[in-house]
Design a protein around this ligand. Structure first.
Ligand SMILES: Cc1cc2nc3c(=O)[nH]c(=O)nc-3n(C[C@H](O)[C@H](O)[C@H](O)COP(=O)(O)OP(=O)(O)OC[C@H]3O[C@@H](n4cnc5c(N)ncnc54)[C@H](O)[C@@H]3O)c2cc1C
Length: 499
């Protein structure tokens, strides 16, 4: 049976899901190429983190999105268990404030029926609404209830997928930017990168907001992608009141609207805004006063009460990759043979990712005629890190006796120990991360994400990295490149004296 060399461009949730699915086959040699120092740092890092049920997708206008969203929501339930990913399924309420809204809710119930989304129904009884969500706005006269809506930690999901894919033989190249695609005699030959040429028979473009530019490199100019900015506020985990369900308004033609959610880590989060940016602004992740004020005003409309603004610990923005086609563009090409576009993966791309991955596998078989041979020893499982914050007091005591580094709590806000930071370093090394960054540690351990946002623990973690990696303190970066945490030795030495 023929062996194929496959290169996946982009280690976001989509590229990583594809890597996991393709790692199931004996005759595929899969490599993932990512320009950033770590995985999941594109749109995957900054979104609302909802596993949408699929009732908001119109199968006439966006049939691919509608189908893959519903399938993805189902597949995630299995993947979450196999890979031990933080997730929950609290269900979602789309609120109606007047009769016009109720009419639109009925339209979404009809879409749910057409897309095969289970359990979606109309609620007009105020008592039932309050039972489902005690903090629901006094002004809501009804809602669409979608019990299959879920939430996931998207970046931890990406890390889990890549760890599992690497365990099953996939190779990850980070800090490696694709700058060209070599095509000869109508066949894909490989990718030119900032670290040299990688030979490939099949190239899968999962480059998120840059997927239009990658597609052009292969001679296929079928879509444009522009950024649509979404801004958020995150509250202190101690801030009350929270919400038990996912709460949002009736969607508009360009956005599903501002959500009020309690994240898988227990923070109340509100957002996003939706502002179209020009095509060239693909790196503009700045927040704006206007956008954040809009988020606040909209969120206030949805719930009885928000915690005070003083309990906000972070504001951030993500960029949706909005395709000119509206729908996802998932296609395998004959010319050049071997090129596959997985482009324009805007929302609900996080939800759809596992279904996209199986769809790409099917395209390789059906459109490119690739015969696949399953691995006999493919491992579907991946263990999450040991996490102090999830443990009971007795369990902690036993653990600390066995491994004293768990007794050194390095981040008090999120209760993260030095042992977890060390485990994160080991895991990063195992998947091929070259530069151990503070953000890499943050996304794996949750340290730096609490109330103090690193004011106390950042230096402790940096000092631990210095010791473990044997590098000067000033060379440690927040997210690679020129994002050095310390500005020369003076700041470091001053802080060092205080810890
Ligand atoms: C504000 C907002 C809210 C959202 N909310 C939701 C939601 O609640 N639910 C949901 O289902 N979806 C949601 N989405 C959509 C979801 O986040 C995206 O669809 C999904 O993350 C896309 O994943 P991806 O892997 O395609 O892209 P990305 O995560 O952007 O990954 C692409 C990767 O390709 C890499 N790359 C790019 N160019 C190159 C190159 N030349 N060489 C090498 N690597 C390259 C990038 O560095 C990046 O890591 C939201 C998006 C945003 C922005």
């Amino acid at each position: 049976m023929r062996e194929y060399r496959v290169v996946i461009i982009g280690a976001g949730i989509v590229g990583s899901s594809i890597a996991r699915v393709l790692s199931m086959y004996e005759n595929l040699r899969v490599q993932v190429v990512e320009k950033e120092p770590d995985v999941g740092w594109g749109a995957t890092k900054a979104n609302t983190s909802i596993l949408h049920p699929g009732h908001e997708e119109d199968p006439d206008r966006h049939p691919v999105r509608a189908r893959l969203c519903v399938q993805g929501n189902k597949i995630w339930r299995r993947w979450i268990k196999e890979l031990e990913i933080p997730a929950k399924f609290p269900g979602e309420l789309m609120l109606a404030f007047n009769d016009e809204d109720l009419k639109r809710v009925r339209k979404y119930i009809d879409l749910a029926r057409r897309n095969g989304v289970p359990g979606v129904r109309l609620i007009t009884d105020r008592e039932e609404l309050e039972q489902l969500e005690p903090n629901v706005s006094e002004g809501a006269i009804g809602a669409l209830w979608a019990p299959t809506a879920g939430q996931i930690n998207p970046i931890q999901a990406t890390i889990a997928l890549i760890e599992n894919a690497v365990d099953n033989g996939v190779m990850l190249h980070v800090e490696t930017k694709v700058i060209g695609i070599r095509v000869e005699k109508g066949l894909v030959r490989g990718v030119e990168t900032t670290r040299g040429f990688i030979e490939a028979d099949i190239v899968i473009n999962a480059a998120g907001i840059y997927a239009d530019e990658i597609s052009k490199m292969a001679g296929i100019d079928e879509l444009r992608i522009h950024p649509r900015r979404g801004e958020y506020f995150v509250f202190d985990p101690l801030a009350e009141p929270k919400v038990t369900r996912i709460i949002h308004p009736i969607p508009t033609p360009i956005t599903k609207g501002v959500y009020v959610i309690t994240t898988t880590e227990g923070n109340l989060m509100i957002g996003p805004s939706a502002v179209d940016l020009p095509e060239h602004a693909k790196e503009d992740k700045s927040t704006t006063l206007e956008g954040l004020n809009y988020v606040w005003k909209e969120a206030k409309r949805l719930v009885k009460k928000l915690p005070p603004r003083t309990m906000i610990i972070r504001a951030f923005a993500g960029l949706r990759p909005e395709p000119s086609t509206g729908d996802f563009v998932i296609k395998a090409y004959d010319d050049p043979w071997g090129f596959v576009n997985v482009a324009g993966i805007r929302s609900p791309g996080l939800t759809s990712a596992p279904a996209i991955a199986y769809h790409v596998r099917d395209l390789l078989q059906e459109k490119l005629g690739v015969e696949l041979k399953g691995k006999r020893k493919w491992n579907p499982y991946r263990k999450d890190m040991v996490r102090l914050r999830r443990m009971k007091w007795k369990e902690m005591k036993t653990l600390v006796v066995k491994e004293p580094a768990y007794g050194w709590v390095i981040c008090e806000c999120m209760r993260v120990s030095a042992a977890e930071v060390l485990e994160a370093i080991e895991r990063m090394r195992r998947i091929g991360i070259r530069t151990i960054t503070l953000d890499g540690i943050k996304f794996r351990t949750l340290a730096l994400m609490g109330r103090c946002q690193g004011s106390f623990c950042r230096i402790r973690i940096a000092l631990l990295l210095q010791k473990r990696l044997g590098v000067p303190l000033w060379s440690i970066t927040i997210r690679g490149g020129d994002t050095r945490y310390a500005m020369g030795d003076i700041k470091c030495l001053w802080r060092k004296g205080r810890t």
